[in-house]
Design a protein around this ligand. Structure first.
Ligand code: NAP
Length: 224
């Protein structure tokens, strides 16, 4: 890793948006600590990338990943909570297994991975949550109960954190990456992961207002 680079942590880089954003951040001269469940990544090897094992629904895995990042990184400039699941996105009625899996991954896992890293984020750093416009109340529809509620909750957590971290000048942004061709988004989506990563990077480098929802498809702050 290069000591003069900024440092990013990105969760869920095995595929999709997380992998594309990691490539983008490496191009932009970040050191990246990227997480996969296995702790391995065969599709991308880079001298400024360190792959860390993380299963966000397992508190022990979170503890080990956080310890490794703290031991190797010299502070964090950018934390991107990207890992997420959407098993009930085509369902209308909440079903227990899919609902709890979604909330465990998209809320509990995100919150309890973020909290122990907060005191390691540099003054002037950023926390990004890859959220979804499906979690905005104005876009409410019947499908995806766990998924929509989980993203709505993360938008609230982002707004709360923005207040908590204001004195440290840490900017917090929940972001909609567009509808993207990934395992989660499906083949019909209009955006490639690379296009989503470019849009997210534009949002990261914009001087957005902390705590506000950012939509890359209409760059700028979007009302809830
Ligand atoms: N694609 C879209 O249109 C779209 C739209 C709005 C928001 N998003 C959000 O974008 C984020 C990335 O999704 P994607 O579209 O890139 O889908 P994806 O290709 O399925 O990527 C999801 C990533 O999250 C990881 N992950 C899932 N559950 C996990 C867990 N329990 N512990 C650790 N890692 C876990 C996956 O790891 P494994 O490979 O091990 O499963 C994978 O790396 C998600 O938060 C999603 O909600 C996507």
């Amino acid at each position: 890793m290069n000591n003069s680079n900024k440092t990013a942590v990105v969760t869920g880089i095995s595929s999709g948006i997380g992998l594309a954003l990691t490539k983008k951040l490496l191009e932009e001269n970040y050191n990246v600590f990227g997480t996969t469940r296995s702790g391995e990544l065969n599709t991308l090897v880079h001298p400024n990338l360190e792959v860390v094992a993380l299963e966000v629904t397992d508190p022990l895995s979170i503890q080990r990943a956080v310890s490794k990042i703290k031991a190797l990184a010299n502070g964090i400039d950018l934390l991107v909570n990207n890992a997420g699941a959407a098993p009930d996105v085509f369902e209308v009625k909440p079903e227990y297994e899919a609902f709890t899996q979604t909330l465990d991954t998209n809320i509990t896992g995100v919150v309890f991975f973020t909290e122990p890293l907060l005191n390691y984020i540099n003054t002037g750093g950023q926390v990004i949550f890859i959220s979804s416009n499906m979690g905005l109340p104005k876009n409410a529809a019947a499908n995806g109960p766990g998924y929509r509620m989980s993203k709505a909750a993360i938008n609230m957590y982002a707004a709360m954190l923005a207040t908590r971290l204001a004195d440290q000048h840490i900017r917090v942004t929940p972001m909609h990456p567009g509808w993207v061709q990934t395992r989660l988004g499906g083949d019909q989506a209009p955006l490639t992961p690379g296009q989503a990563a470019d849009g997210l990077y534009q949002g990261i480098t914009s001087n957005s207002e902390s705590g506000k929802f950012w939509n890359i498809t209409v760059p700028g702050i979007e009302a809830y």
